[in-house]
Design a protein around this ligand. Structure first.
Ligand code: ZN
Length: 350
């Protein structure tokens, strides 16, 4: 994610910190070593919370690339949204369930070791025992905050999963997003009345994240409605493995196409994308042959695939163009730009 710094890797997931997390350090500088301990503890429990989501997602075969930590929580970048509401429910509850587990497991030890006066004292960092009690209660704050039934909180996903079975995914999302906007406005109101800047920042973040979720779902629903063959240009160019890169560049300049299937005796044997061409020009000059620079392994779309499916394929393989097949025949090239254009046209028309 943009504006974040990678810290370390665990279970194959990179743990990143968003630069806004360092806002917390401002508090640390003004508060001394016990504040530092507190911020470290928030960081620790937020990370474990996100790891629980990620491990739950993995149970359903959903990859998690990275976890980004923000001052008010983390975001696990899940490769795709779980299709089944039951899976989304399980994944969403895994994070808060961890914090609740911490609260339950450490309740009696904390009460015995710290004593009830310290444990039930209003939150404070005036002494070390009070700071440890603070850390304990942070888990309750994390659980309650994340279970608010509104996007982008986990509770918003839980609500959507519960509503989706009856109302459908898109309508369920709209309700959870609307609630996210309501909570954001409530937080903003409290923040303004109490002159609490952090609460105002949180409200803006919640509002934007909720809107973004709605946008993502709208994109997905739109892309599901179209197939690759609906948007494929009538004409397209292919190259043979023995032509030179200068010839390919000529084709790029004279057409609107920048990615080319490589055919030999009518059979698809390779693919060169815009990036491949640009890289090769810099590395090898324009005399090099297509066969030397083409990809031999690449994803392929079927003309009957939905744009949603192709969009996912592109994201998972980090490509932005792929050849389209109709049976054994190459019938065109589909690019991320084509998909974006369809979305832009349809969403503005609606
Ligand atoms: Zn969570």
């Amino acid at each position: 994610m943009r504006g974040s710094i990678r810290l370390f890797k665990i279970f194959g997931i990179s743990i990143n910190v968003h630069i806004t997390f360092f806002l917390l350090l401002v508090l640390v500088l003004s508060g001394g070593v016990r504040w530092l301990f507190l911020v470290g503890a928030v960081f620790f429990f937020v990370t474990l919370h996100e790891i629980c989501h990620s491990l739950a997602a993995r149970r359903f075969g959903i990859k998690v690339r990275e976890i980004t930590l923000f001052p008010i929580g983390g975001i696990a970048s899940i490769a795709k949204v779980p299709e089944k509401p039951a899976q989304e429910l399980f994944i969403s509850l895994a994070g808060p369930a961890f914090n609740i587990l911490v609260i339950l497991v450490f309740f009696f030890p904390a009460k015995i070791i710290l004593g009830p006066e310290v444990l039930f004292h209003p939150l404070s960092t005036d002494s070390w025992p009070l700071t440890v009690a603070y850390v304990y209660w942070i888990n309750l704050v994390l659980a309650v905050f994340n279970l608010l039934p509104a996007f982008p909180m986990d509770g918003g996903r839980v609500l959507r999963a519960l509503l989706a079975t009856r109302l459908g995914y898109q309508k369920a999302t709209k309700i959870a997003v609307a609630l996210g906007h309501v909570f954001a406005l409530v937080f903003a109101y409290i923040g303004i009345v109490r002159f609490n800047v952090i609460l105002i920042v949180i409200s803006v973040f919640i509002y934007m994240a909720a809107s973004n979720e709605e946008l993502q779902v709208d994109i997905k629903e739109t892309l599901k409605k179209f197939k690759v063959c609906d948007i494929l240009p009538r004409d397209f160019l292919t190259v043979t493995p023995d032509v030179s890169l200068s010839k390919v560049l000529e084709l790029v300049f004279h057409s609107h196409q920048e990615d080319f299937p490589v055919l030999e005796d009518g059979e698809l044997i390779g693919f060169i994308s815009r990036q491949d061409i640009m890289k090769a020009v810099h590395r090898h000059g324009t005399a090099v042959k297509v066969s030397e620079i083409m990809r031999r392994k690449f994803p392929v779309a079927k003309d009957t695939d939905s744009l949603m499916k192709v969009h996912n394929l592109m994201r998972d393989s980090s490509t932005r163009a792929m050849p389209v097949m109709k049976g054994p025949r190459v019938v065109g090239v589909v690019t991320l730009e084509d998909i974006s254009r369809v979305y832009a046209m349809v969403s503005h028309a609606a």
